[in-house]
Design a protein around this ligand. Sequence first.
Ligand code: ITT
Length: 192
Amino acid sequence: QRLIFATGNEHKMKEIREILDESKYEIVSMKEAGVDIDIVEDGTTFEENALIKAKAVMKVTGQLTLADDSGLEIDALNGEPGIYSSRYLGEDTSYVKKNSVILERLKDVPEEKRSARFVCAVAAAFPDGQSKVIRGTMEGSIGYEIKGENGFGYDPIFYLPQYGKYSAELTSDEKNAISHRGEALRRIREVL
Ligand code: ITT
C-alpha cells in the first residue's frame, strides 16, 4: 500500500521508515512525492496540527497521507514547548542552544518536579475524505546535562529513569520500541 508521509523533517522520516514495515507499505516522503506546499500549522493541539498537515497533502495528491505532529511537554514549564517545540526560541536556533536554555531554566527545579513527556499525534487522511488521528506518548524527565549522540531534537536532555539513559543514548531500535512515535504509528497501522 502506497502512502505519503507529510513531513519535511528527515529525522522523523527515518524513524517512520524504521517503525512501519516497508514490505507492507510503500512510504513516500513529501519531497519524493514532489509536494512543495506551505502548510500553516495553526491548530491548538498536536492532533489538530497533524490533521491539518495530512489533509493538506491528501488534497493535492489525492492519495492516502499520514502526518506526524509532535513535541516535548515539560511540566515545570507549564507544558512548554509543547506544540511549539520546533519553533521554540526561534526556528533557526540550534538544538544545542535550545537544550542548554531549557537546562538553565530548570536549574533550580528538584528531581521530582522535572517530569516531561514526548507526545506524537499521527493523522491519516484518506482519499474519500475520512480521517483518523492517534496519540502516543513517552514519559520521562528533563536531565541535568546534554548527553548522547543518537536521535534528534530534544532527545539529548530527555532522561528515561527506567533505562538509566538519555533518549539520545538509545539505539534507534530501542527508541522506536518505546517512543511516542512508535506507539502512535503502530496503533494507526491498524486502521490503514
Ligand atoms: P514537520 O511539521 O514537517 O513534520 P517539524 O519538525 O516542524 O516537521 P513538528 O512541528 O511536529 O515538526 O515539531 C516537532 C518538534 O518536536 C521537532 O522538531 C523536535 O524538536 C521535537 N521532537 C518531536 N519528536 C521528537 C523526538 O522523537 N525526539 C526529539 N525531539 C522530538
